[in-house]
Design a protein around this ligand. Structure first.
Ligand SMILES: [Zn+2]
Length: 405
């Protein structure tokens, strides 16, 4: 089987996770793909591959060198909530030359609208039919890891000890909630990115703000000097935030305040924000601004009008990874040996790798050759997935041989 064949078989599984579920995995159907992957790993020759009760797949491949290191290779099985994730009718463009791609459902995938595609001219592309996600996020990562393991075993290529982990529920922020930290890993890589030259080792510092505005409801005809309309106070709060520090106007290292939910009546309004910044000093300033806006409104409308609850979600892994720079240097070298110059982009979100890094397993993120994630314009390049498989094989070789003792 090739990386492409593996990929096409995985994307047909419906593995959508569910943020409103309180079970783990959040949806039972993710286990169907887990079982399938265990079967494949067993066929490849990994004796102890298994699916645990929380929907995690673990498989251990011992080194054929003297290396004492264990390296984790990690990808997630679930797909995002934006659209159905069961891609039963993918389109395959055997050699894409830059032309517009008619996906179906009236959607056109063009390099004009999505300049990222220009990286993939001349490649074989896989797209959706316009009605689902492709599932390249992150089944491209799973396919690359699977084919890498297959090649390492079949051709007995040099490798360190390898722990493969396929996780559920990454898209709902629960991808490491039941991660088995008793599995020993010196460091790991998630394969959950876009272009394969890009290594991610920075992510947002992430907080959320839960705001409740209490109003004073009274008949509007009798409201003078008495009514406090909580909806209007909530709008006033939003209007005091910097207008351009919002996802629609920010990129790269720019942080934001993002109002994700708002609902209310005259009597009470609830707002939910996520607050993000790569820079630790800057996010502290953002939190301070949020606090001072709320206290200003409390002075203006009366104590306890606005209640603010700030909660930390996750932190930037950058400082911890810079302390373990060899973990970044290995993939830079592997890419270079395959003719690719590594580049670095900050992730404008979180990653399971960030949580693992803080859990003691340094874990940058590598690319998969897929793109336009979380929507019907998602695509994957077969050429890039193949190349990344080569890079990953090379990466295992470099780690095994450089850490032989
Ligand atoms: Zn992903």
């Amino acid at each position: 089987m090739s990386t492409k064949e593996r990929f096409l078989s995985y994307i047909a599984f419906d593995t959508q996770s569910d943020p409103n579920s309180d079970t783990s995995p959040s949806t039972e159907k993710q286990k169907r793909l887990g079982e399938y992957l265990v079967k494949e790993l067993t066929q490849i020759g990994i004796a102890d591959a298994y699916l645990d009760q929380y929907g995690y797949v673990y498989a251990f491949l011992p080194t054929n060198q003297e290396s004492k290191l264990t390296v984790g290779l990690i990808a997630h099985m679930d797909t995002a909530q934006e659209m159905p994730g069961e891609c039963l009718n993918p389109k395959i463009i055997s050699r894409w030359q830059g032309e517009d791609i008619e996906l179906g459902n009236g959607l056109i995938l063009s390099s004009q609208a999505f300049p990222i595609l220009n990286k993939y001219r001349g490649h074989e592309l896989i797209t959706t039919d316009g009605t689902t996600l492709l599932g390249g996020d992150d089944k491209a990562g799973i396919a690359i890891i699977m084919e890498t393991i297959n090649l390492l075993v079949k051709e007995d290529l040099p490798r360190p000890n390898i722990m493969v982990v396929f996780t559920p529920d990454e898209e709902i922020g629960q991808g490491t909630s039941h991660f088995d930290y008793s599995k020993k890993m010196d460091f790991a890589y998630t394969l959950d990115g876009g272009p394969i030259d890009v290594i991610n080792f920075e992510n947002f510092n992430a907080w959320s703000a839960e705001i409740t505005v209490e109003g004073k409801a009274i008949h509007p005809g009798d409201a003078k000097n008495k009514m406090v309309n909580s909806l209007l106070v909530a709008m006033e709060l939003q209007s005091m935030l910097p207008a351009f520090e919002n996802p629609a106007f920010t990129e790269k290292y720019e942080g934001f305040y993002h109002l994700t939910e708002m609902s209310g009546t005259v009597a009470q309004t609830k707002m939910h924000y996520i607050i993000r910044n790569h820079d630790e000093t800057k996010i502290k300033q953002q939190l301070e601004l949020m606090k001072s806006i709320c206290s200003f409104l409390n002075q203006k409308y009366g104590a306890n009008t606005v209640d603010l609850q700030l909660k930390k979600s996750y932190a930037n892994m950058r400082p911890l990874l810079l302390e373990r720079h060899e973990v970044l240097e290995y993939p830079i070298k592997a890419l270079k040996r395959k003719g690719i110059t590594a580049s670095f982009e900050p992730i404008r979100g979180g990653t399971d790798g960030a949580r693992l890094t803080f859990g003691g397993i340094p874990c940058p993120n590598l690319g998969t050759g897929s793109g336009n994630h979380h929507g019907p314009y998602e695509f994957a390049s077969v050429d890039a997935m193949d190349k990344m498989t080569e890079v990953l094989v090379e990466l295992m070789k470099i780690i095994a041989l450089e850490t032989n003792d």
